[in-house]
Design a protein around this ligand. Structure first.
Ligand code: PLP
Ligand code: COI
Length: 338
């Protein structure tokens, strides 16, 4: 294993040895190439640079206490990327190609999969870009699919500890019928200003309401939202949020643990009624919310300064499955290094 101060890693980019690439030309995907170059040689008129033909994914590899390295729900990330491809007119990356490249890039960089005890993980970042030149607004003819990896620590401060978030009214990350359900760079560009303002005021992240009416809860920066009350896990239904694989898994785990699960529009006022609340995602895992401050009304919704009992149970179960210490009864993990 590499000599890193793993435990002090934050969520940032660290160079690793290899990335893997595959080009799409003449209507088909080519061979997988292994590269140690961190740079791309790109045409200045490539569609990814001008018209946002860019999609990415995020998943993690875990070094487990049994010594194996596991990945979590890779096929779900492949399926979400395919959905994004349909959304912004890019050729779909077949699931087999996606999975093969994930496995290859993790094996090639296995020295960078952090030790179990560190709490850090290997973040896997697949990226698909339109590479051929186009000046009119049209999809590219050629694409490049790349996967790189980087060891990361917690996304939100303190890992599994509570943080405050701010409800923003002056920003939308995506339009109601826009690209919010796709994992495209444009949604993140639209979030940068609100995110910067939130950080400047000491919040972990900005928190979005629905873009059309600002009446319902949308999501929590780069993570989905869930609230818990009356033994029920409640999470938003919205046409502009990213369908989170972590949230999908937590809904199943919640049900397995005996909670009811509701996926439906959540009126802002209902925030007052939750006993616990959290942000969830691959990077965030579960990041419990201490309070939500409404930047416009000045109202504060508080959920306590310590992770609540259900959030803790959900977190421990999810982590346990990812690290192979809790039975994986839904077959979500795959051992890629024995
Ligand atoms: N919402 C947004 C906007 C995200 O960027 C992410 C991260 O991928 C999520 C939610 C969580 O999704 P997942 O659990 O699939 O990582
Ligand atoms: C993830 O959770 O994988 C994300 O994509 C969040 C962020 C780093 C964009």
């Amino acid at each position: 294993m590499k000599d890193f101060d793993w435990a002090s890693l934050s969520f940032g980019y660290q160079r690793t040895d290899y990335n893997v690439r595959c080009n799409y030309r003449d209507g088909k995907w080519g061979e997988i190439e292994i590269s140690s170059d961190e740079y791309l040689n790109l045409h200045m008129a490539a569609t990814c640079l001008h018209y946002g033909q860019e999609a990415f994914e995020g998943l993690k590899a875990y070094r487990c206490p049994d010594g194996k390295v596991r990945v979590f729900r890779v096929e779900e990330n492949a399926a979400r990327l395919q959905n994004t491809c349909r959304g912004i007119v890019m050729p779909e990356v077949p699931t087999e190609l996606f999975s093969e490249m994930v496995e290859k890039v993790v094996r090639l960089n296995q020295q960078y999969v952090p030790p179990y005890e560190s709490g850090a993980t290997l973040y896997i970042r697949p990226l698909l870009i339109g590479t051929s030149a186009q000046v009119g607004v049209h999809p590219a003819q050629e694409y490049c699919f790349i996967i790189f990896v980087t060891p990361v620590g917690p996304y939100f401060k303190g890992g599994f500890s509570t943080n405050p978030y701010v409800i923003v009214h002056d920003f939308d990350r995506a339009a109601p019928l826009g690209t919010g359900t796709f994992k495209v760079g444009g949604n993140y560009a639209a979030s940068l200003k609100a995110n910067q303002l939130a950080h400047a005021k000491g919040y972990a992240s900005e928190f979005y309401l629905d873009s059309k009416e600002k009446k319902y809860v949308d999501e929590c920066g780069a993570a989905n939202f869930f609230g818990i009350k009356n033994n029920t896990y409640v999470t938003p239904q919205s046409s502009s949020i990213l369908p989170s694989i972590t949230n999908k898994s937590l809904m199943q785990i919640a049900e397995d643990l005996g909670l009811k699960v509701e996926r439906r529009p959540i009126p802002v006022e209902e925030l007052e009624t939750f006993e616990e609340a959290g942000a969830c995602g691959t990077a965030a895992v579960i990041s419990p919310i201490s309070r939500l401050d409404d930047a416009q009304t000045g109202k504060t919704y508080s959920f306590g300064d310590k992770p609540g009992p259900w959030s803790t149970k959900l977190y421990e179960t999810l982590r346990g499955i990812q690290y192979g210490t809790v039975e994986d009864k839904h077959g979500w993990t795959k051992v890629i290094i024995e």
